[in-house]
Design a protein around this ligand. Structure first.
Ligand SMILES: Nc1ncnc2c1ncn2[C@@H]1O[C@H](COP(=O)(O)OP(=O)(O)OP(=O)(O)O)[C@@H](O)[C@H]1O
Length: 261
C-alpha cells in the first residue's frame, strides 16, 4: 500500500489519497490509487461511464467504505473534518417535511448553534445566492433548480472545508446550470471551500475547474490531471475564449483516447 511518506503531497494540498483499493464483487475498481486535491480549488472529475467517479467522491467523503488505503484532510481524518455533500437527486436529498429554510438551517441547529446565529448564517447564504423565492415553501413546491439551490445552501451552511458534488447539473435546465455554476464559483472564491465535482458534461467540468481529473476505464487510473488556470471569476462568455476551447478539446482528446484503449 502507498503511504504519504512514500508519495509526499505537493505544497498546497488539502486532501491526500494514498493506496486506495476498492473492489465490487471481486471486480477491481481502484487498485493502489493515489491523488492530491489542492486546497481551496475546484477539481472536476470526468471519465467513461462506470469508471468510478461517484465511487471516488463517495469514498473520500466517507459515504462508502474503502477496502484499504488512507484519506487525509490537511493531515486529519474525516471525523475531524467538516464536509458538505450535494447529491445528484435533489428531490430525494431534501427533507420533504421541512420548509426550505428549515432544510438549510438543519445542520446548523443539529450542531447546537444558537437561534440568532442560525438565522444570521442562513441570511448570509440567502444574500450569497441572491434568493428571490420564498424559503418558507416546502421543497416539493419549488422548481428543480430552486431545490438544487436549497441543497447547495444546506451543504454550505456549516462552512465545510470541502464540498462534494455528484453531477449537480444533470437534472437542471440551461438557465439554472448557468446560475448554479456561477454561485458555486462565487462560494469557492469567497470562502475558499475546496470542491470535488463529478460531471458528465465536459463544459460544466471545465468551466469550474482549477484541475480536471480525467480517469481511465476500470481498473481506474488517472489518465491525466490537467491544470486549468484561466482567470476567475469566469463568465458564461468564457466558454467561447480560446483558452477554454483549447482545454476542453484537450480533455476530449484524452477522454476519447481512453475510450479507445
Ligand atoms: N454498491 C455497489 N455495488 C456493486 N457495484 C457497484 C456499487 N457501486 C458502484 N458499483 C460499480 O462500480 C462501478 C463504478 O460506479 P460509479 O457509479 O462510481 O461510476 P461512475 O463513473 O460514477 O458512473 P456513471 O458515469 O455511470 O455515473 C460501476 O461498474 C458500478 O456498477
Amino acid at each position: 500500500m502507498s503511504t504519504v511518506l512514500e508519495f509526499p503531497a505537493e505544497i498546497g494540498t488539502h486532501v491526500t489519497i494514498r493506496g486506495l483499493d476498492k473492489s465490487f464483487n471481486g471486480a477491481i475498481l481502484y487498485d493502489n490509487f493515489n491523488l492530491d486535491i489542492p486546497k481551496g480549488k475546484i477539481v472536476s472529475i470526468f471519465g467513461p461511464n462506470g469508471c468510478g467517479k461517484s465511487t471516488l467522491i463517495n469514498m473520500v467523503s466517507g459515504l462508502m467504505p474503502i477496502d484499504s488505503g488512507e484519506v487525509l484532510f490537511d493531515g486529519k481524518t474525516l471525523d475531524k473534518t467538516t464536509i458538505g455533500y450535494v447529491f445528484q437527486n435533489y428531490r430525494d436529498a431534501l427533507f420533504p417535511w421541512m420548509s426550505s429554510w428549515d432544510n438549510i438551517a438543519y445542520p446548523l441547529k443539529r450542531s447546537g448553534m444558537s437561534k440568532d446565529k442560525v438565522k444570521a448564517r442562513v441570511d448570509e447564504l440567502v444574500a450569497l445566492f441572491e434568493i428571490k423565492f420564498n424559503l418558507n415553501l416546502y421543497p416539493y413546491e419549488l422548481s428543480g433548480g430552486q431545490m438544487q439551490t436549497v441543497s447547495i445552501m444546506r451543504a454550505l451552511a456549516p462552512n465545510p472545508e470541502i464540498l462534494f458534488l455528484d453531477e449537480p447539473f444533470s437534472a437542471l435546465d440551461f438557465e439554472m446550470t448557468l446560475f448554479i455554476r456561477a454561485k458555486l464559483q462565487e462560494a469557492n472564491l469567497s470562502t475558499g471551500v475546496t470542491m470535488m465535482i463529478v460531471s458528465h458534461d465536459l463544459e460544466d467540468a471545465v468551466f469550474l475547474a482549477d484541475k480536471i481529473l480525467l480517469l481511465t476505464r476500470r481498473p481506474t487510473r488517472i489518465a491525466e490531471y490537467l491544470t486549468f488556470d484561466m482567470a476567475k471569476p469566469r463568465s458564461p462568455e468564457s466558454v467561447s475564449e480560446t483558452e477554454f476551447i483549447k482545454t476542453k478539446a484537450l480533455a476530449l482528446e484524452i477522454f476519447q483516447r481512453e475510450m479507445r484503449a
